[in-house]
Design a binder for this molecule. Sequence first.
Ligand code: HEM
Length: 386
Amino acid sequence: MPSPVPPTQDAPRLAAPPALDPNADPLLVGLPKQRGYGQWIVSRMCDVRTVLTDPTTTVDMLTPKAMARFMSQQGVTLEQTMEIVRIVARAHRVPNDAERRDAIAITRLFQGTLQDLDMASALGAIASAEGRTVDVMADLLRPILGACRATALAIDPELGQRVEDGLLAIMLTVERHGPSDLAPVEPLARAVMQDLSILEKTRGKAREMPITHWIFPAFLALLPITYTSVSMLAHLAETPELQETLRARPELRPGYIREVERLMTSIRYGTRQIGATGLNLGDVWLPPRSLVVLDFSAANRDPALWQEPDTCLLDRPRQPTATFSLGPLACVGGQASRQFLSLLLDAVMQRVRVSLPQPGAEPDRLVTQWSITRGYRLCRLCLSTL
Ligand code: HEM
């Protein structure tokens, strides 16, 4: 059995792991690396796959437990905060549990709305003949996806958007303050729980399931699909020749969507905990109970699988990516996401030309903030009707 790789100088064994920055961290594919005491990062596709599909690997992460212990030692109880953190961390989850079955049911409802989606009209309404600069996140994608959610679940769209924004604000505040000062999170968590209890009473669909089972599929799941959609539009604006090729040759669009999935993945990092006996990755042995960060974006550029991995090539052979994770707790929305991206691409091709705006006083782009997400939360592009 291979022995653990000795700690490297840039990740001393007892140092706290460095903060992750999915937008700035270099995309490096290599051997598993220790990044702090008991923590590792894996980036090769073979290692990502082994960690995610090993039956003893769990999402039983220590973070929510450490937070609960810390707060009880301090005599603090932040019940609403812990409830939400527990659900987002999924530390209680096992394969094929009721939460997953409910997530699949919600995802089907969401996917069912896509066939009636008129994205061409939505694009036409915000574009103009001479070109109009808009924030494609706020002016296009959030309203479209929010409307899909509202139709799928028969809920008030504004309330749905408020819950999504509230959940993201909670995660950002938890990250900013850390477990030693979670008091600022509690009012945010209370507001989200209050909105969820209104939704519980007023929702028109999926009334039989606990409302907390909506947190992933109805709210957090719409963030990565908006970010990837925005990255695709930005990429089309940056590559006008490619945009015109795709407009003229629809048969190339499926290959482009596969490259969007591979290169513009918006959940860069996932996490898992290794089981009681450790895990052999061939070159490296991960000790029992190690926490492992999985770099999905790097794995999608693994040169062992993709030649010229950083280049967008439309005629690559089909290969599974790490974008939607793998194994028993992987994303249930891969198909819905691909369908949404294809519909968006077709609507753009049919209705508008996307280009980069004239530089203004304000920044045209702002990157995402949550330490697992990659892409833009604001992105101004110029849309001209065809
Ligand atoms: C480009 C868009 C998307 C990306 C990149 C993405 C990626 C991911 C990733 C990486 C995970 C974590 C899986 C793990 O820890 O193994 C996840 C979980 C999940 N995703 Fe997605 N996702 C996307 C869109 C969606 C959509 C549209 C839905 C449903 C409407 C969805 C529903 C879920 C659910 C329910 C989970 C939690 C599954 C569970 O805990 O059992 N996702 N997603």
